[in-house]
Every structure is written in C-alpha cells, then in structure tokens.
Design a protein around this ligand. Structure first.
Ligand SMILES: [Zn+2]
Length: 238
C-alpha cells in the first residue's frame, strides 16, 4: 500500500475535516467538523482515485461496496470509515465484514476525463464558484453565505465576455449592481484576486460535502503548488 497522505500544518488532530455544505449556508463556525467518526454515519462520502492515485470522484458507501465486491479496489488510503456486514459465508460459516476506507484507489475504466486531459475544464456552477472564491465578494472582500452571492461576469456579455471560470467571480449583490454592465476598469472597481480555472483535483475538492481531514490532505497534495486554494483553505480554518 502506498503511503500517499501528507499532513497539512493547519489541520490540528482535533479537526476531522471541513463541512462545505455548512459553509455554503454561512455557518462558518461549523466549517470544522469536530464530530467523532461514529457520528458521521453512512452519509460520509468516500474519495475514489485511480490506481495511480489521481483523485476521480466522490462515491457513497453503496458504490464503494460494489467496487470492493467487484475486486476493483487496488488499495486503500486514509482512515477506516465503515464496517459493512454482509451475508454468512457458506465456506467459513462466518458473517462477511467489509471495511471501507475514506480513500479507495480503483482499477479499470473511470469515465472521468479530468485526470488524463491537461486541457480539461470543469463545468462552471455557482456552488463551486463561490467555494473557489472562499465565499468572498471579489470586489468588497466581505464574506457572504452562498444565497447572498451572485456570479459576476468581469467582462460583461454585452462587451463580449464569456461565461467561463476566468471571466467570473463571486460578488455580493450590492457590488454586482454597482458594477452593472461595465468592466471593473469602467466601474472603477478593483478585483481582490485573479479568477482561475480549477484543476481536476481542485474541482473534486470544491464539489465535496464533508471533506475529512485525510481526504483533504490527499486532495491538497494534488493541487498545483501555486494554487490560491492553499491560502484560502488556510484562511477558512484560521
Ligand atoms: Zn461586495
């Protein structure tokens, strides 16, 4: 088995991960998951990677169990999440127990192009966009829950702007209204950060629900060294 997890200096042993769905609602105090593993129940998603360890997708416990049964799990990483009890083995007379870890590396075809194509562009949606921008309005730099943010087109459609990762930022309604159908220069408003297209590993992280510490460490290890998310995650957690 590969030892593929690195330690993040800003994750303390008491932190079991971060809850991005809570963060969407602006409950920033709940960003750190401090519940014990037992309290998480079966809703905790498993991070699936390919056999080379590249992150692929989030899967639920049923899909993880299917992969184990079909002997597609090459090795596991992270921590033990579930012990799933199956039927009684005719051969041994014992009940089968399946141990599912938080990260599973799988063999076979994946259907996900992101880990092999360097020009892959993840689909743009508000949830991952607002998470990319750490729930900050990219003009006034204040933090808002998702419902109070909007997608601002830096170069507006009316001036040839596109609906793409590098032309959109999270903006509060007030700033978006103030900017209207103008570029930041025309509106004399300055962006606090340069928008970027997430890599596949970054996108998987941004799509997460409750991302456990070991899953986060794994994903962050696959981010580009220059990823703005390193700093943004650190700020979320500080
Ligand atoms: Zn604003």
């Amino acid at each position: 088995m590969l030892n593929c997890c690195i330690k993040l200096p800003y994750l303390t042993p008491a932190m079991h991960g971060i809850d991005l769905e809570q963060a969407d609602h602006g409950l920033l105090d709940d960003l750190r998951i401090v519940a014990t593993p037992a309290a998480r129940g079966l809703s905790q998603l498993v991070l699936r990677t390919d056999v080379a360890g590249m992150p692929l997708e989030w899967i639920d416990y049923k899909e993880a169990a299917r992969l184990y049964h079909q002997e597609q799990v090459a090795y596991t990483c992270g921590s033990l999440l579930y012990e799933l009890y199956g039927g009684v083995s005719a051969r041994t007379g014992l009940r089968t127990v399946l141990e599912v870890n938080s990260i599973v590396a799988t063999v076979g075809h994946t259907g996900n192009p992101g880990n092999t194509r360097h020009d892959y562009v993840p689909p743009l949606n508000n949830q991952t966009l607002f998470r990319r921008d750490a729930y900050l309005c990219m003009y006034c730099s204040l933090r808002f829950p998702s419902r109070e943010l909007s997608r601002d087109h830096i170069r507006p459609f009316s001036q040839g702007g596109t609906d793409s990762w590098t032309n959109v930022v999270a903006a509060c309604r007030r700033c978006n209204n103030q900017k209207a159908s103008r570029t930041p220069e025309q509106a004399r408003m300055q962006l606090i950060a340069v928008p970027f297209t997430p890599t596949y590993a970054e996108y998987i992280f941004l799509k997460g629900r409750r991302v456990l510490a070991d899953q986060m460490e794994y994903l962050v290890a696959h981010f580009p060294r220059s990823s703005p998310l390193h700093d943004r995650i650190q700020r979320w957690l500080s």
